[in-house]
Design a protein around this ligand. Structure first.
Ligand SMILES: CC(C)(COP(=O)(O)OP(=O)(O)OC[C@H]1O[C@@H](n2cnc3c(N)ncnc32)[C@H](O)[C@@H]1OP(=O)(O)O)[C@@H](O)C(=O)NCCC(=O)NCCS
Length: 252
């Protein structure tokens, strides 16, 4: 049973996505069978096919939960039926709503949780990472972080290294997910802040000096043992943090 941090709340009965807002949602990936059955009903043929391709039943169920909840949340924001929603996929796999350029979203799953972000007419990227032991933390950092980030990581005492590693990882991943580039984007070509006590922000993007002023970066802290980040296009976005539960299932 995951306990969400207190800034993450049940939403009010009526919720609207205002122009300056970014709504983040967190949900447990392991849903009870009755909920899963309801969520499965709104999946498209290609999503069912993808679900059927998972080797482990738990992974199949988690995929159904993540996609089903996504559809029910999007249905709420678009006032469509979950089953009616159609997705398109950009070159590197980033999903978007087909025929609706206004509601943008992104999602990430790790451990027992799935995290979503929704915004109006602004691109978003989220990443969630379960903080897990890593025997090869230094070599992973060398391969995935910029030289400035690797140097910053080395200034930390051992007990702060693991959580800071995942804070950095989530922020970098959220940035490339906001861009939609996936791993085609060179991870060593931009720097993020991540040291304890530092303000969360994109520090520098090689070849794009305007990027740090353009992209808003926020650390999210949904639950103990997880690192998460949100990157959104444009500064001044106001974050709302919500916890999903079955009462949010759109009926009719
Ligand atoms: C696909 C990728 C965008 C994220 O993958 P990931 O971290 O394994 O998975 P997450 O759970 O965070 O995100 C997966 C979701 O992102 C979305 N997504 C897929 N491709 C995407 C893209 N190019 N851009 C943004 N979002 C994307 C999808 O909704 C996907 O969910 P799905 O399983 O329902 O299709 C890609 O960046 C990747 O493979 N990363 C590998 C991790 C890595 O080496 N990171 C280094 C960071 S320092």
């Amino acid at each position: 049973m995951v306990h969400f941090h207190q800034e993450w709340q049940r939403p009010p009965a009526v919720l609207s996505l205002e122009a300056n807002e970014i709504h983040c949602w967190v949900a447990p990936l392991d849903q009870p069978p009755t909920i899963l059955e309801t969520l499965a009903q709104c999946l498209s043929a290609d999503e069912r096919e993808r679900a059927a391709g998972f080797y482990f039943e738990r992974h199949r169920a988690q995929y159904v939960a993540a996609r089903g909840i996504l559809r029910h949340l999007l249905a709420y924001y678009t006032r469509q039926k979950p089953v009616e929603l159609r997705f398109s996929y950009a070159e590197n796999g980033k999903p978007a709503l087909r025929g609706n350029d206004e509601v943008r979203f992104n999602l990430s799953h790790s451990g027992d949780l799935v995290l979503y972000a929704f915004a109006h007419c602004r691109e978003v990227g989220v990443d969630l990472e379960e903080v897990r032991p890593l025997s090869d933390l230094d070599s992973l950092a060398e391969r995935s972080f910029s030289p400035i980030e690797v140097a910053a990581l080395h200034t930390l005492p051992p007990h702060q290294r693991l959580s800071s590693f995942f804070a950095c990882w989530a922020r970098k991943e959220a940035f490339i997910k906001a861009l939609g580039n996936g791993l085609s984007y060179p991870l060593d070509q931009f720097d993020v802040s991540f040291l304890p006590g530092e303000t969360t922000r994109l520090l520098r993007v090689l070849g794009d000096p305007a990027a740090p002023a353009r992209w808003q970066m926020d650390a999210l802290d949904p639950a103990e043992g997880y690192a998460a980040a949100l990157v959104s296009d444009g500064q001044g976005g106001s974050l709302r943090r919500w916890v999903w539960d079955k009462a949010l299932i759109v009926t009719g």
